[in-house]
Design a protein. Structure first.
Ligand SMILES: Cc1ncc(COP(=O)(O)O)c(C=O)c1O
Length: 452
């Protein structure tokens, strides 16, 4: 008894020395987005017109996006001011906390210090709200009244539904069928904010009907859903298209994550040796990584950057770096990116947001230039990591985020092997509260690793 009480006292002393959360006040919310294009030693290859194979001009994007987002797509200014209305909306949940994962560190018995940025506190449950609010604002500012979009896991559709309702826009969401069926409450969430949502492939567009004719049981994919949303927006004057990842302006909006994290790591008195994010289209990875990459590009740090993808949809680790369409039907401009081919049909894994055949051109460029490393994991090993994280840190992560957690744990285990004090930072891109069917499958032993 005496022994155990002493032990408790000793543990309390150790615990009280380690701060667990680093919280910024509201007035430290970033005032600008950080544009990495200003600091790149080599500019990324431009998007091309599929017919002429010449770089596209704004006129090709104008039917789909408002002018300010097209401007941001090609901007080279280092900082772009965040409008006050968007900052006000961000203050619903930003700045988000940075956590020191002391529970996980202890469980792993590692000398590494593990930090994570907690984007799961957004009301829609993920980092996607950062760009959703900005995109809804810029569309409304240019007189748009309706948006069309796709959603993979449902996180993006939820975030845009919330943002559309805040800025008074109508919204139609094409939700990848497998997620629509796996996650009925994501659909209810989207509808709660007044948006329409249909499973994709749907009968509402010719792209959807073509896929259903060839394969009536198609589980859908992000590539197919993008084709449907683009067709919807292209066919109506009141509607623009909104994309939750891949494009430069989306990555730009996500840099609020990394800018806050730079300041919070300073509060913690640490500098990351490695920054990790899961990567589907590349936006949350870019969001956490780019503000730290700025320091690396200037030669001030030697930080490593690691993008983590599913083994069943391994665009960065097994794809080719070439021009390809961003969607399945081949209606977008050609983007230079790591791709598995726009006809690649990813297996219906539970990390729906990572089922994309390509990768953001900006992230692809940084991988090609050697600034970013990539790694792929099968889903069961990610769920194992997710539960270890949940049981030590108290948060059930999104299946997408569990890929970053897996890599962070492996980095910490490597540090244990080598006895190194590695500082690891990862982005917790979202929570998994709508993904309990996936956790059920894992816990009951019925979850399998999908083939590529
Ligand atoms: C929680 C979460 N993390 C990550 C992703 C992957 O997207 P991205 O690579 O653009 O961050 C998604 C996409 O839906 C998501 O919902």
């Amino acid at each position: 008894m005496l022994f155990s009480r002493r032990l408790t006292t000793a543990m309390t002393v150790t615990l009280s020395r380690t701060q667990r959360r680093f919280v910024l006040p509201e007035d430290r919310l970033p005032t600008h987005y950080y544009n990495i294009a200003a600091d790149l030693p080599v500019a990324p290859p431009p998007p091309l017109h599929p017919g002429t194979r010449e770089p596209i001009g704004p006129e090709m994007l104008a039917p789909l996006f408002p002018m300010e987002l097209i401007r941001q797509e090609v901007a080279t200014d280092r900082f772009i001011e965040i409008p006050e209305e968007v900052r006000e909306a961000y203050r619903i949940f930003r700045p988000t906390p940075l956590h020191r994962a002391t529970g996980l560190e202890r469980a792993l018995d590692t000398p590494a210090r593990i930090y994570f940025k907690n984007e799961s506190v957004s009301p829609a449950g993920s980092h996607k709200t950062n760009t959703a609010l900005a995109q809804a604002y810029y569309n409304r500012a240019e007189g748009v009244t309706r948006l069309a979009t796709e959603t993979g896991a449902g996180q993006w559709g939820s975030a845009l539904a919330l943002a559309a309702s805040i800025f008074g826009l109508a919204l139609k969401v094409y939700m990848v069928r497998v997620s629509f069926e796996q996650k009925p409450y994501r659909r209810s969430f989207i509808e709660s904010f007044g948006a329409d949502v249909v499973p994709s492939p749907s009968r509402d567009t010719s792209a959807g009907r073509a896929v259903l004719e060839a394969d009536p049981d198609s589980p859908g994919s992000l590539g197919i859903a993008i084709s449907e949303a683009v067709e919807d927006a292209g066919g109506r004057d009141d509607t623009k298209y909104s994309l939750g990842s891949v494009l430069n302006h989306v990555l730009l909006h996500q840099t609020v994550i990394g800018q806050e994290a730079v300041e919070q790591m300073g509060m913690a008195g640490d500098e990351p040796d490695v920054v990790i994010g899961c990567a589907g289209g590349g936006s949350n990875f870019a969001g956490i990584a780019f503000p730290f990459l700025r320091e690396r590009l200037s030669g001030a740090t030697a930080t490593r950057f690691l993008a983590v993808e599913p083994a069943s949809c391994p665009s960065l680790t097994q794809g080719e770096y070439r021009y390809d369409f961003g969607d399945n039907a081949g209606t977008t401009p050609l983007l230079k990116m790591y791709t598995l081919g726009n006809d690649f049909r990813p297996a219906p894994i539970h990390a729906g947001g990572l089922r994309y055949h390509g990768m953001a051109p900006m992230v692809s460029h940084l991988v090609d230039q050697g600034f970013v490393e990539a790694k792929a994991y099968p889903q069961t090993t990610c769920f194992e990591a997710a539960l270890q994280f949940a049981r030590t840190e108290g948060i059930i992560p999104a299946p997408e985020s569990s890929h970053a957690i897996r890599a962070a744990i492996d980095e910490a285990l490597e540090a244990r092997e080598s006895g190194e004090e590695r500082v690891i930072l990862f982005n917790l891109s979202g929570h998994g509260h709508f993904d309990m069917a996936a956790y059920d499958a894992y816990l009951s032993g019925s979850l399998e690793d999908a083939p590529r």
